[in-house]
Design a protein around this ligand. Sequence first.
Ligand code: HH2
Length: 264
Amino acid sequence: MSDDGAGRPLVMGILNVTPDSFSDGGLHLFDPVEAGLRLRDEGADWVDVGGESTRPGATPVEVDEERRRVLSVIEALSRRGVPVSVDTMKTAVLRDALAAGASLANDVNGGREEGYLETVAAAGAEVALMHMRGVPATMQNAPAYGDVVAEVHAFLVKRRDFALRAGIDESKIWLDPGVGFGKTDDHTRALLRALPELTKEGKVLLGISRKGFLGRLAGGAPAHDRLEGMLALHAWAQLSGVGMMRVHDVRATVRALDALDWLG
Ligand code: HH2
């Protein structure tokens, strides 16, 4: 189900303004605004601008460097009427990104940095709260859970409660199970199978685009060659009630979601 309760799920196009993202690092540094406009023209409902890679093993980026990477891009895209989301864990970056025109805060850290949720609330923005176990530098080192579905869902419900208490309207909160963030492939499978339960808790955003498990499912396919598995699993997510997909391949995603939606 989409944001407004009808039609296909929304599509969030990924625009990483980074030298080191796992699938598009360095690709958009030359002309990120053009790349963002292209995503919009291909049908993205949001363009998600990120200045810090969170791939497994990534090193953190300083606040000023992250600001330098994203703010002018956000400002330029917003000025052209593109709905912009900012992919940041940092309250300081978020504050400036919202002032530059972003209206969705996408946080792989679940809004845990001090002042993050209050900053979202003060701006009247939307927020995506993702589950991550550990930190990107080490999160894929043997992640372990008792019951991954119960633990991830409980974390997301708790973070949603914090967001509500900070003054964010429930209609503006997205929950994301965080595929690849401290999860083995078995954990990912369990979480994907449990999507129909998570969508009963609230609006769900899913980010599986080009992720490692899709490469392993496709016999070791590299990041740019993992489309088919993603589209198949999007169909499952769509039928499970997921409201937004975060993707690199916007055109193919929109076409696939529209085709399934066409069945009614
Ligand atoms: N995944 C990535 C980054 N941000 N945000 C949400 N809400 N959900 C996700 O699954 C998610 C996310 C990682 O993917 P990508 O941006 O392509 O790579 P990198 O972190 O290397 O820039």
